[in-house]
Design a protein around this ligand. Sequence first.
Ligand SMILES: [Cu+2]
Length: 138
Amino acid sequence: MKTGLALLTFAFAAACAPQKDAGITVIAREMAFEPGEIHAARGKSIRVALENRGTVLHDWNVSGLKADGPAPSPHAAHSGHLDHAHPASQPPAAIHAMAEPGRTASLEFKPLEAGTYEYYCSVPGHREAGMRGILIVH
Ligand SMILES: [Cu+2]
C-alpha cells in the first residue's frame, strides 16, 4: 500500500513539476480505463502508473507501438511468449503492466513513432467489455 501511495504521489508531482519525464496515472476498474485517452510525445520518456481500483486482476497493454526502454516484464511467461519463437534480434514489444486489485504497477517507455495506438486489458473478456482506450503519440 505504501508503495502504491508513493507511486501516486510521484505521478502527481511529476505532472505538476517541470520534470523531463511525464507521469500519467491510468485507473483500471470493471470494466473501463480512466482516462480513455492519453497523450505522449515521440522520443520522450513517459511513465504510466496503472492503478487497479477494481476487484479483479487487470493489466494494461499498448498494441503495435514501437518504443524504447520498457522495463523487463517479470511475468512475461504468462503472456504466452514462450509458446512460440521470436527472432532474437526483434524481441516482442513489452509495453505491459499488470496490477492486482488495490495495487499500482508502473512502467516507463519512450514512444518512437507518432500515431494513434489502442491500449487494452488482456484479461479474457475485459477488452470486449470496454477496457480499452487510445494512446496518441505526437
Ligand atoms: Cu481488466
